[in-house]
Each structure stands twice: as C-alpha cells, then as structure tokens.
Design a protein around this ligand. Structure first.
Ligand SMILES: Cc1ncc(COP(=O)(O)O)c(C=O)c1O
Length: 436
C-alpha cells in the first residue's frame, strides 16, 4: 500500500496497531477451543469481555425487541448528549445503583463506548502536548484514546516495582502526585489530568471514598482535572469468600466518585462509566460521562455528534434500564459469576506459586510470570507470551503498553469463557509453566 496518499496522522495510524495483541487475537478467534470439535483450539483470555452474563442480557433485549414498538424519535436526529428520556432513565439508574447520590440528567452524556467518552473528554479538558497522569500499570488503550486525536501525552506514574509492594491497595498518594508534578514541571510539561480507574485495569484495586476525596482535593488545589473511570463498578469480587479472603488485609468499600463530586462540587471532577463490562454489552457501544462542570457538558453536547450512540441502541438501553427488578437480580448474579471465575484462576496461581495482585473488582487478574522469562527484557516478555500461546492456545495480554517497568507481568481475563473452558485453559497453562 502506498501510504504517501495519507496525512501524516494517517500514515502513523496505518503502521501502529491499536493493541499489541490484536493480530494474535484475530488469529485465535478463528480457532477457538471446543471440547468436542477443537480440543487443541485457542482460549481468548486477553480481551476484557463479560461472557458470563451475556445470556441474561440477550434474553431481556430479545423480550424488548419482540414486545415493544419503536418510538418515532428513534429514526430522527436527537440531542447529541443523548436522548432526554434515556438520560433520565440512566440518571435514575446511576442514582439508585451506581452512585447512590442524586444525579441530574443534564449532568450526564452518552458516546459510542467508553473509548469515545475518553477521547472526547480528553479533547475538551486538555490541549495538545498536555499530560494525563495515570498510575502504572494501566490500560494500554488509554494511550491512543487520549493521544490519537487530542494529542495528549500519557505519564505512567510509577508507584511500585514488584506487585507484592502494594498488594491489593490502591497505590496513588499525595506525595506521589507531588513528585510527578515536580518531575513534569522540570520537563516543562503541564500536569492537566489525573486519571484513576476504580476498580482498576489491570490490578483490580479499588479506591475508597477517603482516598478519592484526598486526591480530589489535591487536584482542585492544583487546578488539575481528576477523572475516575468506574467501568468495572459492579464487577466486584466477593472478598469474603473462604478461598480468597486471606488475600485481603483490609476491607475497602466501593463508593462511587459521584459522592465526592457532589460534596466538592468542582469544575475539576468528572466520572466515566460504560456498559461494555458490567453489563456484557461491548458490542452495543454505550459510554457515559458525568460532570458538574456546565461548560464541559456544553462542549460535550457541541462536540459529541461524531461519537453519538445510535438512537436504536439508546432506546433499547433505556427500556432495559427501566426494568428495576431485572437490574437488581442482574447486579447480584454478576458479582457471583465474576467471583466464581476469578477463583478458578486464583486456584491455579496459588497451586503453582505464581504471584498475583488480589483483585477487588474487574474481569481479570494481574500476574507475575517473571520467573519464567528467559531474558529480563521486552523481547523476553514477548517470547514468553508467544510461547504460552503456541504451546497451550492460551492467549494472555502481555505487560507491554501498561506502562509498568517490571518485565514478565501478564493480565489474565477470567470472564470471557464458560467456567468449564476456563478450567481447561488453566490446566494447560499450569502444565506448561510447571514444565519450564
Ligand atoms: C478501563 C477501561 N476503559 C475503557 C475501556 C473501553 O470500553 P468500551 O468498550 O466501552 O469502549 C476498557 C475496555 O477494556 C477499559 O478496560
């Protein structure tokens, strides 16, 4: 292909895959494990999808499709922030279930997935070359979501090296932020946004309300925007379960950042949510932003047109989220299922002595396979990743792109396969690692 026909931006995109594991993901997707027809097939443990709960969602959406008629507004243009009736329904859902505090429909907006929310929020909150500080390790795709269109730079905040240093504690503290600020000032850079993910991707750690409040106060004082991405809010692990309770030294209660936002009522505080993870709907592309900053919400409305969620999807989601009994049962069941699949992976890791960060939430486990590296380099990490895949069919996410300095760390998604398949994947991984 002659890339000279593209813009410089286009040329750069053409040769930079969005994720390091994308090609292998497509390859593995064509060769999936099936006990009867493809026992040597692949196990996709690298993409954070929640297949445990998709049956519940499909049943409900089918019922809506069969039993309700589509309103006229679905075929027309609507408010770029989201259709007003659907925003009302989602604001009520957030108020009752997610945030447990009042949420006004005018303080929320929808885009086509959390990725689109991240992109447009970055565009609105910071200028090209300004810096988003993100605790390491963190979701690799943030780099592109904040960088490709808005040109923001990612600064990976190093809070620890060995995973045992932090355990399941949320690692960002005020002294660490002060240090990052000093470092950035020395480099002539502007610390513009602090981005926290809670529960976190990939460590599964969770920030308590006190910690969020402290960070928010620091951000307001330093005129830094703070965003908390709560996309895994309902995918919490039952840490009181007998098999895993020993992993958690202290109790951390989930509390949505919306509570801190309500109390501090600052233009610097914002929250992201999405339905791709907890609600098993990554394909429907539904992301949510909540902000009490009126200018931000105005800019969002004016800039969101290319990112809008289709009205048909908005309508279906609106109908689904009116079903309160369903939501209550779903949230309970999701927690049970996520805990069961989490334990399946932990059982293997404990058995073979692989260190991991005890997760409080999310759909994965962050593990340290560094003792199996042939060389302590990026190449050594990639070689181990490929070797695991070629020998077992198990496709993990390697640490590359998570911004962490230690090599040999991998993310294992536990919610993307039926538990019976996950068991086989873990048996194969165990056999492979023990033979090294
Ligand atoms: C922390 C985090 N934010 C955003 C996303 C993207 O979500 P969506 O599929 O809704 O764009 C992901 C997906 O893995 C994620 O882990």
């Amino acid at each position: 292909m002659n890339n000279n026909s593209l813009s410089l931006r286009g040329e750069e995109l053409a040769s930079n895959p969005a994720r390091v594991d994308m090609e292998l993901f497509f390859e593995a997707s064509q060769n999936l494990y099936c006990p009867e027809t493809n026992p040597d097939g692949a196990f996709l443990l690298n993409v954070a999808e929640n297949h445990l709960m998709s049956g519940y969602i499909k049943k409900e959406l089918t019922d809506i499709t069969l039993n309700s008629s589509i309103p006229d507004w679905v075929l027309n243009y609507t408010d770029p922030s989201g259709h007003p009736e659907v925003r009302e329904t989602i604001a009520l859902f957030m108020e009752k279930h997610l945030c447990k505090c009042p949420i006004h429909p005018d303080t929320i907006g929808f885009s086509a997935g959390a990725a689109a929310i991240i992109e447009i929020s970055s565009f609105i909150l910071a200028d090209k070359g300004e810096v988003v500080v993100i605790p390491s390790p963190s979701y690799p795709v943030y780099t592109g979501d904040i960088g490709i269109k808005s040109g923001l730079e990612r600064y990976d905040l190093q809070t620890h090296f060995h995973i045992e240093e932090t355990g399941s504690a949320a690692p960002v503290t005020i002294p660490i932020l002060e240090k990052a600020k000093t470092d950035l000032v020395a480099k002539g850079k502007q610390f513009k946004i602090l981005l926290i993910t809670s529960p976190d991707n990939p460590t599964g750690c969770m920030y308590g309300e006190g910690q969020l409040r402290e960070l928010a106060n620091w951000c307001i004082k330093n005129e830094v925007h703070m965003v908390v991405n709560e996309i895994y809010a309902f995918s919490q692990i039952d840490t009181s379960d007998d098999l895993i309770s020993i992993d958690y030294k202290e109790d951390v209660k989930y509390s949505s950042f919306a509570n801190v936002m309500k109390d501090l009522h600052s233009d610097y505080l914002h929250l992201w949510y999405g339905l791709s993870k907890d609600f098993a709907m990554s394909g429907l592309r539904f992301g949510i932003v909540h902000s009490l900053n009126q200018d931000f919400m105005n800019a969002f409305r004016n800039g969101n047109i290319p990112h809008m969620v289709s009205n048909h999807t908005q309508w279906m989601i609106g109908e689904l989220f009116k079903r309160n009994d369903f939501l209550e049962d779903y949230i309970q069941e999701n927690k049970k299922q996520v805990t069961t699949s989490y334990k399946e992976v932990v059982k293997t890791l404990k058995k073979i002595g692989v260190p991991y960060v005890p997760a409080r939430g999310s759909l994965f486990i962050w593990t340290d396979l560094s003792k199996y590296l042939k060389e302590d380099t990026d190449q050594g990490q990639e070689d181990l990743w490929i070797s695991i895949y070629k020998n077992t069919g198990v496709l993990l996410t390697p640490g590359a792109g998570f911004g962490h300095q230690k090599k040999g760390l991998f993310r294992i998604v536990h919610s993307a396969l039926p538990t019976s398949h996950l068991k086989v994947a873990m048996e194969k991984l165990e056999r492979y690692l023990l033979a090294q």
